[in-house]
Design a protein around this ligand. Structure first.
Ligand code: F6R
Length: 575
């Protein structure tokens, strides 16, 4: 969602902030803006649409050494120049990520006539109002927190004061530490071209950033923050020679799965045997990770494992025993609904374990235990490498072997799946012109269908649905026409015959069938057969890699904007 970048130092600020925003583009946005100080006056430029529209309008050579920039993903008010950030009211110029829930109340109290429709503009007016009274912006940032409701990461510049001020609650914000220059940003990739060192702000932290000094406060007192160093290779946040981040990240799976496998000795992982029930919670693909491992966990632990959509769980009535474990899955560690589910689980007094990619993210810090996958920076909006690493880590948790013997061939098999790229690329040519695609499978195979279908629809914009194979004839089969692509996944030996029958039913009605299987299915059920000769606990990882490649090439054939599909955001920090 919205991206914030701020720079103060001795280099020209505009190119640095624009480059930072470019590196946050993956978060998703629909307008962009920048504010900078020239000869002690604040200038603001804003544009709707792509960041390049803004880049064209701004002179990078301006003699300015302090700037804040923003990419906005519309929540309150449509994407437009007036709604874009930064907002300037009185002496305050501000960029905001989050939602101010009581902005209407504040607006009425201020009797302020807004130019646009955003909560952020009202917030700028409110801060300016408090600043007129208080004259000390740090005191204002402290006081403000008592009076505003919602989530906010703020970057602020004040007229006639050469500093950047910041404040954070429930929306991510880091402070980058440089040499005679410092930064604020929503996420580490924004600053990696300049520094690997940063602080993470906690909820309620606010601070003053100058060229030479970073001072962070909490509740009116100065606090010392722990300096963090970005641990991944910077190249992991760049596209290298790949046309899209999505393809690069699909290929990186060999390496990041290996890193994840090697990152935890079995004896250091939490013992799940002590629980009498587990609930796995996530959104979108993270939810499907849970669906994909549910069966394996239940078989292994002999307890009930439920998988819940975070946005549902947070409002649901639940009945947990004290020996219940809630597992939160999140790549970003910032997803608002998953974070709210974690907070709910904590109030219920049960153990919480988060499986997260982004180090120091909100979910990672709020949970009782955290296990980090080693996926590196994932920039394509559609998750690929984080998905399979999360799957692997959950399977490692139930491994019976101290040396994870069952994963000995994982990396070879991933390599094998990646080597089929050209074949799948050909297959994509048979799919991309269709308007509807169906995925069929049962139980664990159905879970893989859900992820395959989501991947396809989000990047290619083809309408696609995953169906529990037995459900089809209760309505959906009426949608099957001559040539409708149906992708069936058949890897569960015990119910393979049942899914085979369902594939026959759609084939009899003219469907074009692609069957992905490790079973000996009748050849005539498949127009195209992808045979994976593998029986392994990690088979879902291999199947999902095929489906990721398929989704990618279907989207390529349709000329879609693969890394940043329309309307989507990488890090969904609002409800
Ligand atoms: C789909 C996708 C999303 C995310 C979901 C949760 O490709 O990436 O469905 O999985 O928004 O995000 P995280 O994992 O950051 O909580």
């Amino acid at each position: 969602m919205c991206g914030i970048v701020g720079y103060i130092g001795s280099r020209k600020a505009i190119p640095i902030v624009l480059n930072g925003l470019k590196n946050l583009e993956y978060r998703g946005y629909d307008s962009a803006g920048i504010a900078y100080r020239v000869n002690n006056k604040i200038e603001i430029k804003k544009e709707q649409g792509k960041l390049d529209n803004l880049v064209e309008k701004v002179n990078p050579d301006k003699e300015t050494f302090t700037a804040i920039g923003h990419t906005r993903w519309a929540t309150h008010g449509k994407p437009s120049v007036v709604n874009a950030h930064p907002h300037h009211v009185g002496k305050i110029t501000l960029v905001h990520n989050g939602i101010i829930e009581n902005y209407d109340e504040i607006k009425k109290m201020l009797n302020y006539a807004t130019k646009g429709e955003t909560d952020s503009e009202v917030l700028a007016a409110y801060i300016n109002y408090l600043y007129q009274e208080e004259k000390d912006i740090l005191k204002v940032l402290h006081q403000l927190q008592k009076n505003i409701k919602g989530s906010y990461a703020l970057g602020i510049i004040v007229d006639n004061d050469d500093a950047i001020y910041c404040l954070r609650k429930d929306s991510p914000l880091i402070v980058g530490i440089g040499e005679k220059e410092n930064f604020i940003a929503s996420d580490v990739p924004a600053i990696l071209d300049y520094t690997k060192n940063y602080y993470i702000l906690d909820n309620g932290d606010y601070g003053k950033i100058t060229k030479d000094e970073i001072t962070i406060y909490h509740d009116g007192k100065e606090v010392k923050k722990e300096k963090l160093v970005f641990e991944f290779d910077i190249a992991s946040a760049q596209k290298n020679n790949y046309e899209h981040f999505m393809l690069k990240e699909i290929h990186e799976q060999k390496e990041v799965l290996y890193n994840t496998l090697k990152s935890y000795e079995k004896s250091t992982l939490p013992d799940l045997n002590k629980y009498d029930g587990i609930t796995i919670i996530g959104c979108g693909s993270a939810y499907y990770v849970g669906m994909c491992v549910k069966d394996a966990l239940e078989k292994n632990l002999n307890i009930k494992v439920d998988v819940e959509i975070a946005s549902e769980f947070r409002y649901k009535r639940v009945f947990f025993s004290k020996k219940h474990l809630v597992i939160l899955i999140s790549q970003s560690g910032e997803t608002a609904d998953t974070l709210a589910s974690l907070m709910k689980a904590k109030t219920l007094g049960v153990d919480t374990l988060a499986i997260v990619n982004v180090v120091g993210s909100s979910i990672a810090r709020e949970t009782k235990d955290v296990l980090y996958i080693k996926a590196g920076v994932e920039k394509a909006v559609a998750t690929t490498k984080a998905f399979t690493c999360q799957l692997l880590l959950l399977l490692m948790l139930i491994s019976q072997d101290n040396k994870y013997k069952e994963f000995d061939n994982l990396i070879n098999d991933v390599e094998m799946a990646l080597s089929k790229e050209q074949d799948i690329k050909e297959l994509a040519k048979k799919v991309y012109e269709h308007d509807d695609v169906f995925f069929l499978g049962r139980l664990g195979d159905y879970a893989m269908c859900l992820e395959g279908s989501l991947k396809l629809k989000e990047v290619s914009y083809i309408h696609s649905e995953a169906y529990a194979a037995g459900e089809l004839k209760h309505g959906t089969i009426s949608l099957i026409e001559e040539g409708t692509p149906v992708i069936a996944i058949i890897t569960d030996k015990e119910i393979a015959d049942k899914t085979v029958s369902n594939v026959k039913e759609v084939k009899a009605r003219g469907a074009y069938t692609i069957v992905i299987t490790n079973q000996d299915v009748p050849k005539d059920i498949a127009d195209d057969l992808i045979k994976i000769d593998l029986e392994a606990v990690y088979l879902p990882i291999i199947v999902i890699i095929y489906l990721q490649i398929l989704a990618y090439y279907v989207a390529v054939n349709r000329g879609c904007e693969i890394d940043k599909p329309r309307n989507l955001a990488k890090s969904v920090t609002v409800e």
